[in-house]
Design a protein around this ligand. Sequence first.
Ligand SMILES: [Zn+2]
Length: 206
Amino acid sequence: MAREDAVIVNALVRQALVAAQEVMGENGLNAVLRTSGLERFIGAFPPDDLNPSIQASQYARLNAAIEEFYGRGGRGMLRRIGKASFEYAVREQAALLGIAGVALKLLPERQRIKFILNSMVGALKKSNAQVEAWVDDSGVRVAYLESTCAICQGRTSETPVCHLYVGSIGEAVRWATGREHEIIETQCIAKGDPHCRFEVGDARDA
Ligand SMILES: [Zn+2]
């Protein structure tokens, strides 16, 4: 895989670290920062700006380290961190996400899902013009795709590995629709696919 090692900006790294600390606690986060070579962030999160922060491959290593740290529980942990990341974005980065003052109540559910997924694409592109992400509205299920996914940069796996992304998209869709929807990663670059693809499944009424 000869993908270029893209750069992730401070705001997105900060979002992930705040979320990871919320979910894992300070000791848990510090342990994985050490094993993934990111100890410089221990007690020193990057500022909330769009300056370059780390390489995508380092972000991927952090994701892999969290999964290894928790073993069988790693996938669920990463989903929770993804959920907390989106919550942080709504709280602290609503302008970047383009959702400040937006009212979705009158829109049909599918429109709301497309709105929030397109907002995520827009925020990512604002943070890095090299990002290739888009929304596929042509199928029964709305899907979110990214061919520059940082979570699986340099990783190989027989099954999809972008659990943090699944958690963020799930929370984004819940925020936009008021209901839980199952998010399924049907394609993943770590498996050899050309992009990571996340489909928004049926609503699950809580
Ligand atoms: Zn991925």
